[in-house]
Design a protein. Structure first.
Length: 278
């Protein structure tokens, strides 16, 4: 499933990736120190690297040449999400999998909760791994269509070993206890059957329930807009409308696991059972 990571990304959504100086920070609507953005341009800085994305058409990365491969995640992940947003297209922060009977399921949740690990556990049971981290979704009269975006996979050494892969083939990811691997992706759009939210709790068992719409909407708003860019005036109303349409057609299943002691298989069992019962 996992392979040697590809070379640096040279295009994103048809935009060439330019290597060169990025603009200095400016007085922007969003400013977290490392992230500066207005609705039509954004600057991301991490260590010795910086990324500038503007107008849905421009991608510039500034990084020492010898570190370009290590910071490629700024391009294939962050630049991709920003370009889509600047083009008015919203995305789920989720891993997309497909059940053996052909139902696409987006697994979402906060960082490090185990989205990718759950997806891999399902893949080992006959599910198909579709894509990681970024999933587009469009609502229509017949339901919601998921639009996968291919990108390398970020996996811990433990997860790679579980798949029988030597972690040494992965590229180290700066500031994270994960490595980067190539993974095959099928980017064919497909109907989205469900959203599964995985989270942690103080309980001693795995709990499953269907989440009411009024709970699911703010939860997905936070997970899909961690930088709060969608709260800017040009995006706020379309973003909330997108979420409302999405949740009108697609159920959200909450799978809560203990912080310690629950096996990956127990979480995968819960996901499979929930999807069977839809």
């Amino acid at each position: 499933m996992l392979g040697v990571p590809p070379g640096p990304t040279t295009t994103v959504l048809g935009c060439p990736v330019v290597e060169g100086p990025t603009p200095p920070p400016w007085e922007a609507a969003v400013d977290t120190g490392y992230f500066v953005a207005d609705h039509d341009r954004a600057l991301v800085r991490q260590d010795d690297a910086s990324l500038y994305v503007a107008h849905g058409t421009e991608v510039v990365i500034d990084v020492p040449p010898e570190q370009r491969p290590a910071y490629d995640f700024l391009v294939y992940s962050i630049a991709l999400r920003l370009l889509l947003l600047q083009r008015g297209r919203f995305t789920l922060h989720a891993t997309l999998v497909e059940s053996p009977d052909g139902r696409a399921v987006a697994i979402t949740g906060p960082g490090t909760v185990g989205k990718t690990t759950t997806a891999v556990a399902l893949a080992q049971r006959g599910w198909s791994f579709v894509c990681d981290d970024i999933v587009g979704a469009t609502a229509g009269p017949d339901g919601v269509t998921a639009h996968p975006y291919p990108r390398p996979l970020h996996a811990s050494d433990e997860l790679a070993s579980r798949l029988g892969v030597d972690p040494a083939i992965g590229r180290e990811l700066p500031g994270a206890s994960k490595r980067v691997y190539a993974v095959a992706s099928d980017t064919t759009p497909r109907p989205l059957a469900a959203i599964v939210r995985v989270d942690l709790s103080d309980h001693d068992h795995v709990a499953v329930r269907r989440q009411p719409l009024l709970e699911a909407l703010p939860m997905l708003a936070v997970l899909s807009d961690s930088a709060e860019l969608c709260q800017l005036p040009p995006y706020r109303a379309p973003f909330l409308s997108w979420l409302s349409e999405l949740l009108t057609h697609v159920p959200v299943i909450e799978v809560v696991r203990p912080q310690h002691g629950a096996s990956v298989d127990a979480v995968a069992d819960a996901v499979e059972a929930a999807i069977r019962d839809l």
